[in-house]
Design a protein around this ligand. Structure first.
Ligand code: HEM
Length: 459
């Protein structure tokens, strides 16, 4: 019953869907009325997709959340739709379900409007700014990791989520990672993100949407105060950068624009980073020999580890990060909506068609990767470089105009995180049956990824 309500609610939110674009000529599995393939996709999105590709090829349709969607699978399809040379595809209309809580974010803008705002935000991600974040990030990470229990089992996914939010408060806003404001902001963020996917789509009192809208108000009020502060006394934090950022013509953002862009950015950064770090912990826990490889790399770099040169030398850590993202990409599907008709692989697609791209399953393709299901970070070493088989063979960060603006930031964060962790601790997985991943909406370990940390000295 809950699913039927969810499907109806989401279907109603899609703009201009009074008459759904005709996809009847596109092959696909038969769909039960109303819920369509929602249950199969939520239960096993990868398995269902692999089955469909085997039966229908790289273009097929499915009905998810009340709407028919054309699945355009593979690296070539991503190249076509994400580079979007003809300006056929809207990101804003693809990510429509985020509009209510995160309006005005970069992913909810298209073409010229998006280009202008991205140029302003890019300033906060330039190399010298990333360099400035390093010290604050390293201090906060060390503090937070040291608070994790040793020799005692705990659910690492929950701890990582808490850590990434607190880290966000420290690095993005220059607040104390352990402070009370960080705690309140965390609660507000969690409520806001939960509301974006809640069944009830209106703020009826005491529903997730109601808490989400209240969380959003609290966040906006807090950010509003911070804008005034940081504009007069900027710090090294990301928020100060966003308050000061301009494009090359000197255009910056109004207060309202900063609120929207920053709120969206925190959302885009948070769950994705938590999944990425969890995936890397999972992989390192299951392949403990790699913990020793990374620890030896850290020993070799020594005290220089937090310098630009030291971080650049963490090449094996970067390979493990890339491999973890290949196996468990935080964004396994990318939605778009066609704004004009187009042809692909001999099929005509009408304007208005919902499109799904599939970085997740593409990164498990044997066409690009040897033994694709196995954990093998060396496939990214320069002598193998399997990901270079196609420009879109490795796409955890998407591609084209909307390619993740936080890609270098999150690589830096992962390196600093694992440098802090592996200098003092080793990870043991607790669940002997192996962790299963729920892939949607953002992947998470079904068992919470229980682990035990051991101190390096007693190891
Ligand atoms: C491992 C972690 C991350 C992954 C896998 C990831 C993945 C992605 C992907 C796939 C997209 C493109 C979506 C699309 O084309 O529709 C994206 C966009 C974006 N990401 Fe990330 N992301 C990560 C971390 C971050 C972080 C740390 C930040 C901020 C500091 C961030 C900020 C953004 C923003 C603002 C966009 C929208 C860009 C635009 O539309 O121009 N992401 N991310």
């Amino acid at each position: 019953m809950e699913l039927v309500i969810l499907v109806r609610a989401f279907a109603k939110e899609v703009p201009d869907m009074a008459s759904e674009p005709d996809l009847s000529h596109i092959p696909g599995p038969p769909a039960p009325p109303l819920v369509g393939h929602t249950i199969q996709i939520l239960r096993d999105s990868y398995g269902f997709q692999q089955e469909c590709i085997a039966l229908y090829g790289s273009v097929y349709k499915t009905k998810l959340l009340g709407i028919w969607r054309a699945n355009l699978c593979g690296a070539e399809a991503m190249e076509m739709a994400l580079l979007d040379k003809q300006q056929n595809f809207s990101s804003k209309m693809g990510w429509y379900s985020l509009e209510r809580l995160f309006p005005g974010g970069l992913m909810l803008q298209d073409f010229e409007e998006h280009r202008q705002n991205r140029r302003i935000m890019q300033q906060a991600f330039r190399a010298s700014a990333l360099n400035d974040y390093t010290k604050g990030m390293a201090e906060a990470i060390q503090l937070l990791i040291r608070a994790w229990p040793v020799d005692q089992e705990f659910r690492s996914y929950d701890a990582i989520k808490e850590l990434t939010l607190r880290l966000g408060c420290a690095v993005f806003m220059g607040l104390s990672a352990g402070g009370d404001l960080a705690r309140k902001l965390n609660i507000a963020f969690i409520r806001e993100i939960r509301a974006a996917l809640s069944v009830v789509r209106y703020p009826v009192p005491f529903t997730s949407m109601w808490y989400g809208v209240r969380g959003r108000t609290f966040l906006r009020n807090t950010f509003r105060q911070l804008i005034a502060e940081r504009r007069s006394t900027p710090g090294d934090d990301f928020f100060s950068q966003m308050c000061l950022s301009t494009d090359e013509d000197g255009n910056g953002w109004s207060e309202e624009e900063i609120l929207d862009q920053f709120n969206f950015l925190m959302m885009a950064a948070h769950d994705t980073t938590a999944t990425a770090i969890s995936a890397m912990i999972w992989a390192l826990g299951a392949h403990s020999e790699w913990q020793e490889v990374l620890a030896a790399e850290l020993d070799e770099i020594g005290e220089a580890v937090l310098t630009t040169d030291g971080l650049a030398r963490m090449t094996q850590t970067e390979q493990v990060f890339k491999e973890a993202l290949r196996l468990v990409p935080p964004v396994p599907f990318i939605p778009r909506r066609a704004i004009s008709g187009f042809t692909w692989k001999g099929f005509e697609f009408p304007a208005g068609a919902m499109i799904t791209l599939n970085p997740g399953v593409t990164m498990l393709s044997p066409v690009f990767y040897s033994d694709p299901e196995s954990f093998d970070p060396s496939r990214f070493a320069s002598h193998r470089a399997e990901e270079q088989a196609h420009k879109f063979a490795w796409t955890p960060f998407g591609g084209g105009a909307h390619k993740c603006i936080g890609m270098h930031f999150s690589t830096l964060q992962a390196k600093i995180f694992f440098a802090a962790l592996l200098r003092e601790r080793r990870v043991e997985l607790v669940n002997s049956n192996g962790t299963q991943w729920q892939r949607l909406p953002i992947p998470k370990p079904k068992d919470g990824l229980p682990i035990r940390l051991r101190s390096v000295s007693s190891h």
